[in-house]
Design a binder for this molecule. Structure first.
Ligand code: SAM
Length: 273
């Protein structure tokens, strides 16, 4: 008997009409559905007419559940993997299962569809030829600022996920680290009733959201324009200045590490010039 196939199925990020016909067909055809939260997905599965047994696969049980699912695949049954919304594995569980299925010799196929990051990028109007998906920022402010600092010289468009709990704090930190003038876009509640897309420099964007409680509700994708060549050059110059100062007191590697952390300039380039 040949192995079953693991189908990685994207589901809507808000509007149920965005479930593709192929996704619906796949959910109806498989014998087992691995869902991040079976209760959350129950209405979608009912609407799709899926009858299969649903099994919970989340961050905390992925290892054990992957073994069970692989057993099902090896018995010849197909499995669909879905998450609460959008594309599984994108800031969602599933990569361990995909690896385990492939390691067991099973085919893994995507049924592509909605993804909040890509939907937001498609309407942001920021450079989209090269971009970096950063997912969720750390919850603690110090760690968040450190992460942002490491991205300050990044020239590709940056994409972050954020929840209503932290949107204000994150926008404030983005503003502090990247500066008021950096172009940004806030994509809120995409495909839903209160969908809003705000495009403005970070200082203005943060102020607008702060002033309007409605703009703090729901789910968010935050996009920030990459550093321009001028920003990057200014940062490098600042990095080299700080490096030279620290170098008087510290070994070169330590001085470079600190200068890079303080200014956001790429560490390797501090030694040049
Ligand atoms: N796998 C999903 C995807 O493909 O986009 C993302 C899952 S992640 C756990 C959830 C986050 O995605 C939310 O906190 C929010 O940042 C973003 N998100 C999901 N749906 C959204 C929507 N309709 N509008 C804006 N952001 C959304």
């Amino acid at each position: 008997m040949s192995n079953g196939r693991l189908w990685v199925v994207a589901t809507p990020i808000g509007n149920l009409e965005d479930l593709s016909p192929r996704a619906r067909e796949t959910l109806r055809a498989v014998g087992l559905i691995a869902a991040e939260d079976t209760r959350h997905s129950a209405p979608l599965l009912a609407q799709a007419g899926a009858q299969a047994r649903a099994l919970a696969l989340h961050e905390h049980n992925e290892h054990e559940q992957a073994a069970r699912i692989v057993e099902h695949l090896r018995g010849g049954g197909d499995v669909a993997l879905i998450s609460d919304a959008g594309t599984p594995l994108v800031s969602d569980p599933g990569y361990r299962l995909v690896r385990a299925a492939r390691a067991a010799g099973c085919e893994v196929s995507p049924v592509p569809g909605p993804c909040a990051a890509i939907a937001a990028l498609s309407v942001a109007g920021l450079a989209s030829d090269r971009f970096v998906f950063e997912g969720f920022l750390p919850a603690k402010s110090s760690a968040r600022r450190e992460r942002l600092q490491s991205l300050v010289a990044e020239t590709r468009t940056l994409i972050f996920y954020e929840s209503s709990h932290r949107i204000l704090e994150s926008l404030a930190d983005l503003r502090t680290v990247f500066g008021d003038a950096r172009e940004a876009v806030l994509a809120r509640e995409l495909t839903k009733l209160f969908e809003t897309i705000l495009a403005a420099p970070l200082g203005e964007l943060a102020a607008r959201v702060e002033a309007d409680a409605n703009q703090q509700r729901g789910e968010f994708v935050v996009l920030v324009a990459g550093a321009s060549g001028e920003d990057a050059e200014a940062e490098l110059a600042e990095g080299r200045r700080v490096f030279a100062l620290l170098r008087e007191e510290l070994p070169p590697a330590r001085a470079a590490k600190l200068a890079a952390a303080i200014t956001g300039a790429p560490r390797k380039r501090l030694y040049e010039g």
